[in-house]
Design a protein around this ligand. Structure first.
Ligand code: WTA
Length: 617
């Protein structure tokens, strides 16, 4: 496979652009690079939904399964063929049309892992209506701010989602969000648990009612021919300020980028049964559950539930029943299985597995080896893939069959990707800031509504280089080793969370005077959130205050951002100029060495905080 790396990138992406997708009008120019903005496949017209659904049916593959959907309740399952997927997408599209959605109408989607999630995304793509999918774990406030920022007029949600046998009230959260984001005209509600919901007449409609008599014939519902650079979706992600960024992804470059990397990194074969066990609410799910695999016409597994419901062998039961050949998941999930022990996997025949993938955070060599030994029978290659919401597609990864795999290394940059590590002066060094030097098809096209922030965040530290925010080391063979974030972004269970966003949520609580947030290492979740909080009026903390603050963060952002530890302190350590010394707090949280404290205004604060931190864990 090394021949792949030796190719000329422009020839490679020209060929892949023709091979991976079908065009209504062929592109005439591969790309235009006007730093920091790239355009790809100029002049081309295409439709992502057509490429993911219709063309496979037209080519005679309608009976092939697109998704083996597994609901959380055992036995609640569905085999969705490409032909059935097409019928359902057309039905969803026509329903959205009835509600006034057309080209350029922005749609927010707040659904769990039900078949209607990819179906709704594809229906939007069919119409040229950009979508933003908001992960079901986000709060009403977080949903409202995304709806508002994108100017979404329509929201698709469901009554409730299943979670470990209990229900999560998505529609009730959506109601709160819509109260705060009044731009939503219509809300489509998918019925899942049949739990109680309140419907606002004139605004809310049940999907099963609104779609009851709509046409399912694709001939009457053609895919809109869209410009290569038409907005496909926004995916919001945490940055180093309190406000999440709407990362812009457009149609052609994104689709070619994800389909191409999916094909080569996962070594697709005609009998591939592929399972990416992420949530579609994150970029991994967009690129490698929906757009990449469907564009490649692959059979995938789509699973609604958690790995431990009803028992800890649920994943392995699914792998065995569907004969999964490729499994793609995150280190945090692998470490969780590791903690439970290999006996749950050992109950099942996993001999179908031939390739394993990892994404989202650095994978420690122990987890890598456990994954390969207990899930991959000691022989399946493990590909550790590095990429980001912003890159859209896998950027650095080993290719299966391309040589020895090193546990803990993400291998080499994909074809046409130029990655380097720089010191603070911008000089190439073996160990430094990871930057990307050459535009790639699925790269972000900016931050929605904030061009200045796009330049400041990614292009100002090293002009001409895209700043990833990660640290990395390149070894003597040219293989990359990721060292974690170098900015104020934390990575908890593979979820990106900004320290400042959590601090703002804490300070928003009426009892809080000041807060500083950092991450400490955690054996299972990679990192865990630690918050140092000073209460107003010199009040002392209490277990009730901890509960109140945790609830407040859950309400402002979502449960995923709730601190694992809250340390109350009468003062935060500050420099003489009044800046909070976060590095020092991080050291205390990690129980590492304290570093230099000579610039502290009041060094006694540190001992006090240390004692309190030790008592809080
Ligand atoms: C981290 C997820 C080490 C990294 C696709 C990056 C990784 C951030 C890896 C992006 C990996 C992702 N090894 N670290 N294989 N993959 N990361 O936007 O810090 O949710 O910048 O995209 O996750 O997270 P995001």
């Amino acid at each position: 496979m090394s021949a792949l790396w030796d190719q000329d990138p422009d020839e490679f992406w020209t060929r892949e652009g023709r091979a991976r997708v079908d065009w209504f009008t062929p592109f005439h120019t591969l790309r235009e690079w006007d730093p920091p903005y790239a355009k790809w496949y100029l002049g081309g017209r295409l439709n992502a939904c057509y490429n993911c659904v219709d063309r496979h049916v037209e080519a005679g593959h309608g009976e092939r399964v697109a998704y083996h959907w597994e609901g959380e309740p055992v036995g609640d399952r569905l085999a969705l063929t490409y032909a059935e997927l097409q019928r359902r997408v057309v039905r969803f599209t026509n329903t959205l049309k009835k509600l006034g959605v057309g080209r350029g109408t922005n749609v927010a989607i707040y659904l769990g892992m039900v078949p209607e999630l990819p179906i709704a995304m594809l229906a939007c793509a069919r119409l040229g209506a950009p979508h933003t999918v908001v992960f079901g774990g986000f709060s009403a406030d977080a949903l409202a701010s995304r709806i508002d920022d994108m100017g979404c007029q329509v929201l698709v949600t469901q009554d409730e989602a299943w979670r470990r046998g209990r229900t999560v009230p998505l529609k009730a959260v959506a109601d709160k969000a819509m109260a705060a984001a009044p731009g939503v005209r219509r809300c489509v509600v998918v019925r899942r648990t049949d739990g109680p919901v309140s419907m606002t007449p004139g605004r809310d409609v049940w999907y099963h009612e609104a779609s009851a008599h709509v046409d399912e014939d694709p001939a009457n519902c053609p895919c809109e021919p869209l410009d290569a650079e038409a907005l496909l979706f926004l995916m919001y992600t945490s940055g180093t300020t309190a406000k999440p960024k709407g990362i812009v992804h457009t149609t052609a470059g994104y689709l070619v980028g994800v389909a191409t990397t999916h094909r080569y990194v996962f070594d697709l074969q005609p009998d591939t049964v592929y399972w990416c066990a992420a949530d579609i609410g994150w970029i991994t799910g967009h690129s490698y559950i929906v757009y990449g695999p469907l564009c490649n016409g692959v059979t995938s597994v789509l699973y609604e539930g958690t790995p431990d419901f009803p028992d800890r062998d649920r994943w392995w039961d699914i792998v065995e029943r569907h004969g999964v050949t490729v499994l793609y998941t995150a280190p945090t999930a692998i470490r969780t299985h590791m903690k439970w022990g290999p006996e749950f996997a050992a109950r099942h025949d996993l001999s179908s597995i031939r390739l394993l993938g990892s994404v989202g955070e650095p994978i420690n060599p122990e987890a890598w080896s456990w994954y390969r030994t207990h899930i991959g029978a000691g022989r399946a290659p493990v590909v550790d893939t590095w990429w980001q919401t912003e890159t859209g597609m896998i950027m650095i990864s080993p290719l299966p069959g391309s040589g020895t795999l090193k546990p803990g290394s993400v291998g080499r940059p994909f074809v046409g990707v130029e990655a380097a590590t720089l010191d603070s002066q911008g000089r190439p060094v073996a160990n430094g800031q990871l930057v990307l030097d050459r535009p790639w098809p699925a790269m972000l096209r900016g931050i929605h509504g904030d061009p200045q922030r796009y330049v400041d965040t990614y292009w100002s530290k090293y002009p001409g280089h895209y700043l990833t925010g990660d640290g990395a080391r390149i070894d003597e063979d040219g293989d990359f080793w990721l060292l974690g974030r170098l900015d104020d972004v934390m990575n908890v269970s593979g979820h990106r969370i900004s320290t400042i966003e959590v601090e703002s949520a804490l300070v928003d609580d009426r009892s809080v005077a000041e807060a500083a947030v950092c991450a400490r290492p955690d054996p299972r979740t990679g990192q865990a959130i630690v918050a140092y909080v000073t209460l107003k009026g010199g009040r002392e903390g209490s277990p009730d205050a901890v509960d109140e603050l945790r609830q407040h963060v859950a309400d402002k952002i979502g449960k995923l951002a709730v601190p694992a530890n809250i340390v109350f302190t009468p003062e935060l350590p500050k420099t003489r100029s009044g800046k909070i010394m976060r590095r020092l707090l991080r050291d205390i949280a990690s129980e590492g060495s304290l570093g230099d404290t000579t610039t502290l205004a009041d060094p006694s604060v540190v001992e006090e905080i240390r004692a309190r931190a030790a008592a809080s864990v």
